[in-house]
Ligand binder design. Structure first.
Ligand SMILES: Cc1ncc(COP(=O)(O)O)c(C=O)c1O
Length: 374
């Protein structure tokens, strides 16, 4: 069996020791420690850990006071959470097509879809390939916020500037299959003090102080609720899994990069396969290993690999073609996104993958095309 994903936590290490020896199991000193690591790594003034990317995004949109009819542009080919968070707060999803080569949001299509109702643009660093936010930033009104979806990238630079440099908010996911994980988790980073204070409060039921900050120096500090909120904070139990992974990320990311190019080199022999292309001037991350094949045979290839116990998945079908969004928005003009959503499949890809497994993946895909098992 070749697993699609393997996490990098060390089963012999007691990550929880420090946390369960202390008194805060929920958001406390461990979350603060991890937040300061994130601030340092991405040169941002503020960081806040949440229990998912999804809830971090909802908290940001609520803090920005996005209301009914406000428009938010996202790429059509990404994970459905990007559209769901907009629906959750009553905004209108505007789908931009993806670029045929990079599979990242097409900047020109995005610019064409900006109206006077556009409040936010949410590009995605799909598969770890960095979206060129600096190009978008130069061309849009100052009062449009950019929220970078960095669920797939935890490192990378454009023009020597770190990930998140050109955006207002950067959101990570620490979901089970992400390069860094604590089972479920997320983080939002920004330099916007006022909005980050609102996000902290909204993500903690609107309270002005988390439990951790209510008993400083043995004194009770009163708290209030100035606007409503919900529950999106991360616990120290989850956060304690993140510290070592953040500190060791460079090593992991270099390892994944080498594996990526090893597998890509082998598969490049097969003319039936397409790879999303990389942008120049970008130092990118490598999260998934997507390939594209003719849409007529894509599902047969998935079946063939699965029958050989090589586990693959689809990242992603165009959101415009998912029943709810198809019915509600009736988008017909995101053709690259629809095409890629029907052509793509993601191969097993993680830091523990063995040379032998890489060879097997290649052998089975080669066999599939050579013997025309479709
Ligand atoms: C591109 C993208 N954005 C957002 C999310 C949502 O992350 P979470 O599960 O932490 O809410 C995911 C999760 O897979 C994702 O792939």
């Amino acid at each position: 069996m070749i697993s699609f994903y393997k996490h990098n936590l060390n089963k012999n290490k007691n990550y929880l020791n420090k946390t369960i020896s202390g008194q805060y199991l929920t958001s406390g000193p461990m979350c603060e420690k991890v937040e300061s690591l994130l601030k340092k790594k991405f040169s941002k003034k503020f960081a806040y850990l949440t229990n998912s990317w999804t809830n971090a995004a909802i908290a940001i949109l609520l803090a920005l006071k996005i209301k009914k009819g406000d428009e938010i542009i996202i790429p059509a080919c990404t994970f459905v959470a990007c559209a769901n968070v907009i629906e959750m707060i009553g905004g209108k999803v505007i789908f931009a097509d993806i670029d045929a080569k990079t599979k990242l949001m097409d900047i020109n299509d995005c610019l064409n879809k900006i109206t006077n109702k556009t409040k936010v643009i949410m590009p995605v660093h799909l598969y770890g390939n960095l979206f060129p936010t600096f190009k978008l930033k130069k061309k849009i009104r100052k009062n449009i916020f950019i929220i970078e979806d960095s669920a797939h990238a935890f490192s990378g630079e454009y023009n020597n500037k770190p990930l998140g440099f050109y955006s207002d908010f950067l959101i990570f996911s620490f979901y089970a299959t992400k390069s860094i994980t604590c089972g479920e988790g997320g983080a939002v980073l920004s330099n916007n003090k006022k909005t980050m204070e609102k996000i902290r409060s909204i993500a903690n039921n609107g309270m002005s102080k988390p439990a951790f900050k209510r008993f400083e120096n043995n004194k009770y500090k009163p708290w209030d609720v100035e606007s409503f909120g919900f529950k999106a904070n991360l616990s120290d139990i989850n956060a304690c899994l993140l510290k070592d992974q953040i500190l060791g990320y460079k090593k992991l990311s270099n390892k994944k990069k080498k594996i990526y190019f090893k597998l890509k080199k082998k598969l490049s022999n097969l003319k039936q396969i397409e790879f999303p292309s990389n942008l120049r001037n970008n130092d990118r991350d490598f999260y998934l290993f997507p390939i594209g094949v003719n849409r007529k045979i894509r599902n047969r290839l998935i079946e063939h690999l699965t029958s050989k116990k090589i586990f693959v998945t689809v990242n992603f079908k165009s959101i415009t073609n998912l029943s709810f969004y198809k019915k509600k928005y009736k988008v017909k003009n995101c053709l690259n996104s629809i095409k890629w959503g029907e052509e793509t499949l993601s191969l097993p890809f993680h830091a523990k993958i063995k040379e032998k497994e890489i060879n097997t993946i290649y052998k089975e895909i080669n066999f599939f095309f050579k013997n025309q098992i479709y």
